[in-house]
Ligand binder design. Structure first.
Ligand code: UDP
Ligand code: MG
Length: 160
């Protein structure tokens, strides 16, 4: 129906964004949260977690055949992370732009990786690469009841 189409067009997109152990250790949690808040995204869920290796292997399962997989899992298991769900228009693609490239040296200044790091294996943050992976990652890291429905009072000043 026309009503369904109108509503579907407005369904806000969600991305799974995570501050990695090096980002937490370096005190960059607030900086990363600030950028998503300032851009106009809505925080729907957030928790600190020292993720287990099996949990991280599941999160990165698409990369399990890569040579860096073992080191990646060890890096991600080396300390707590801050896992988040951010919602808003084009959250996945724009979230990736805000993060920068996988390799921080290829990341433009102004991006999170381009401003704060220099090593691919110490690139401080994660962001989903598609809506499909966002949904998979969100359900891996959060229980449905941990995703909070709330209405930011500024929403009409951010989205038409
Ligand atoms: N990674 C690495 N070496 C590589 C490629 C990736 O250590 O050559 C790490 C890096 O921390 C990256 C993570 O593995 O963020 C996941 O890789 P992916 O290709 O999914 O990059 P991302 O989506 O994080 O940009
Ligand atoms: Mg990825």
């Amino acid at each position: 129906s026309a009503l369904y189409k109108a509503m579907a067009g407005k369904t806000p997109e969600r991305s799974f964004i995570m501050v990695k152990p090096d980002g937490v250790q370096r005190g960059l949690v607030g900086e990363i949260v600030k950028r998503f808040e300032q851009r106009g995204y809505t925080l729907r869920a957030m928790k600190m977690m020292h993720a287990s290796k099996p949990h991280l292997e599941e999160h990165y399962k698409d990369l399990s055949s890569k040579g860096f997989f073992k080191d990646l899992v060890a890096y991600m298991n080396s300390g707590p992370v801050v896992a988040m769900v951010w919602e808003g228009k084009d959250a996945v693609k724009t979230g990736r732009k805000m993060l920068g490239e996988t390799n921080p040296l290829a990341s433009a200044p102004g991006t999170i990786r381009g401003d704060f790091c220099i090593e691919v294996g110490r690139n401080i943050c994660h962001g989903s690469d598609s809506v499909e992976s966002a949904n998979r990652e969100i359900s891996l890291w959060f229980k449905p009841e941990e995703i909070i429905a709330w209405d930011p009072c500024i929403k009409d000043w951010i989205q038409e």
